[in-house]
Every structure is written in structure tokens, then in C-alpha cells.
Design a protein around this ligand. Structure first.
Ligand SMILES: O=C(O)CCC(=O)C(=O)O
Length: 270
């Protein structure tokens, strides 16, 4: 086991846990290099079907650069995204024998970069019948409080399902609570917790936990990745219409959310 009974209990109670080491220093370095390559537009290993092999999009200067499914573009990043340790931790916290990796994200918030509005991941994940999913967020540089760290509302995984924010990545700090304010139960306390960790550390949160981050007021770019996991008992709610439809290949309504694109990463890929 990688998690203690106290950490599993904390995940249940608070909707998240902060973990000081998820990736090794070598993996952090490889992750930083892969992120730089991908944001420079370099695709070192394109796993996407030929008809979906398009160039990487570009972002405005003060936006969080945000790329989903980067594992299909880079061999080194595939190895990090599918590595066993974060998947095992997610499985232990979700109390499931096995998890699949449904998505990965690269998140680069430049100095002066805008906030990410508070949201629940499950508001975007109606493809699963139950929110038995978790996100692992990993810092690729040392995080300081002025960098716009990942931020959670403690216990908010027990709040109702929120709509998606109207301005996810382009708003201002005073707009980040938009959907949290809509679903906060009467009298509930808003206890905010920031993830201040060294490079390679990060957090795991439940798919219903409200989270986001303020703008980056430091002079340093904040680099992070996130990995999204589904428990073995999540079932697909129906064929997906999405921008990368091949990711859903062979998965029908009622099936487990796992295939070659969304591989089972715990137990580990041999
Ligand atoms: O990196 C951030 O500021 C937030 C990222 C996020 O929302 C996520 O990884 O689910």
C-alpha cells in the first residue's frame, strides 16, 4: 500500500489528499522536457489515428496553456502518464482493485497567467454513470503561494453537482467562485486549501471536489500535469460525441471505461 489508512480516510472526508512525492526527480525532468516539446509544437510520437493527426493549438500569452491527451503525442510523456505509482495511489483512495487512465492534461500557467475557475471534474465527465473517479495533479516545479497553486474547497465533494463555469480559463480572480457559490449548501463553510508542494508532489481529488486556482502573481511559470482515473466499477453512459472520438473505440453503454486509448494503469502495465 502507498497510502496510509489516515490518508484514505482524509480523501473520504475532505475530498482530496496532498502527497509530497508522486513522481521521481527524473520523471519531473522528463515531464518538463516533454511539456516544452509539445508546447513548441513538436510531436515526437504520434499515436493518434492518421485522420486526427493535427498540429498542436497555440494559446494567448496570459492564458493557462492547457492540453488534453498529450500522452498520444510524446513517448516520454506516455510513460509518465501511464506510470504505476499515481495509478496505484488513485486505486487505493477510490478503494477499487483497478483504475484506467481516461485523460491527461498539461497545465502551464505563465507569470501573470489567469486563474482557472472553481469546478468539479464530474461536471465534464457525464460519460461515467458514477463519479467514482479521481484526478492526480502533479507539480513539475516547486509551488509557492503566489503562483496560483491548485486550490480545493474542503468537503465540497459532498455538495451538489455544479454547472460548468461560464469562463473556465479566461476570467479574473474575483470570478473563480462562480459555480461554487451556486451549489454551496446553506450554512456550509468555505475552507480553501492550497497545494504547496515541491516538484514531483501534488494532490489527488475526488471527481466531485470543487477546485481551481487564482492567477499567477509570481515571476515564475507554474508547470503541472494532471491524470484522470476511473474506478473499475464506472460504466459508460453511452457513445461519446467528442473532439477525439477514437478515444472511445469499442466502448458501448454499460461497458467499463477502459481500452487501448484509456488503458488500465493499475494494476501496472507490464
Ligand atoms: O492546475 C490548476 O490550476 C487546476 C487544474 C485542474 O483543474 C485539474 O487538474 O483538474
Amino acid at each position: 500500500m502507498l497510502m496510509t489508512p489516515q490518508q484514505i480516510e482524509q480523501f473520504d472526508r475532505d475530498g482530496f489528499v496532498i502527497v509530497d512525492r508522486i513522481l521521481s526527480p527524473e520523471q519531473v525532468e522528463l515531464g518538463r522536457e516533454a511539456m516544452a516539446r509539445i508546447y513548441a509544437g513538436t510531436i515526437s510520437r504520434d499515436r493518434r489515428p492518421a485522420e486526427f493527426q493535427k498540429p498542436i493549438q497555440q494559446w494567448g500569452p496570459d492564458r493557462v496553456k492547457h492540453y488534453v491527451h498529450a500522452r498520444f503525442l510524446d513517448a516520454a510523456f506516455w510513460d509518465i502518464a501511464t506510470s504505476a505509482r499515481p495509478a496505484q495511489i488513485a486505486a487505493e483512495l477510490l478503494q477499487t482493485p483497478s483504475v484506467s487512465l481516461t485523460e491527461d492534461q498539461l497545465l502551464e500557467k505563465p507569470a501573470g497567467g489567469r486563474p482557472l475557475a472553481m469546478h468539479q471534474d464530474y461536471s465534464y465527465w457525464a460519460f461515467s454513470d458514477v463519479p467514482r473517479m479521481a484526478t492526480c495533479w502533479i507539480a513539475l516545479n516547486n509551488v509557492t503561494p503566489d503562483m496560483g497553486p491548485m486550490r480545493f474547497i474542503k468537503g465540497s465533494h459532498r455538495w451538489p453537482l455544479a454547472p460548468t463555469p461560464s469562463n473556465f480559463a479566461g476570467g479574473d480572480d474575483d470570478q473563480i467562485m462562480e459555480v461554487a457559490d451556486k451549489v454551496k449548501p446553506p450554512g456550509a463553510k468555505v475552507e480553501l486549501v492550497d497545494v504547496i508542494v515541491p516538484a514531483g508532489g501534488g494532490s489527488f481529488h475526488h471527481a466531485m471536489t470543487l477546485h481551481g486556482s487564482t492567477g499567477n502573481r509570481s515571476q515564475t511559470t507554474r508547470h503541472a500535469i494532471s491524470l484522470h482515473y476511473a474506478a473499475a466499477d464506472c460504466r459508460c453512459t453511452g457513445p461519446r460525441q467528442c473532439w477525439e472520438p477514437y478515444v472511445w473505440e469499442g466502448i458501448e453503454k454499460g461497458d467499463r471505461i477502459a481500452n487501448a486509448w484509456m488503458p488500465v494503469t493499475w494494476p501496472a502495465i507490464k
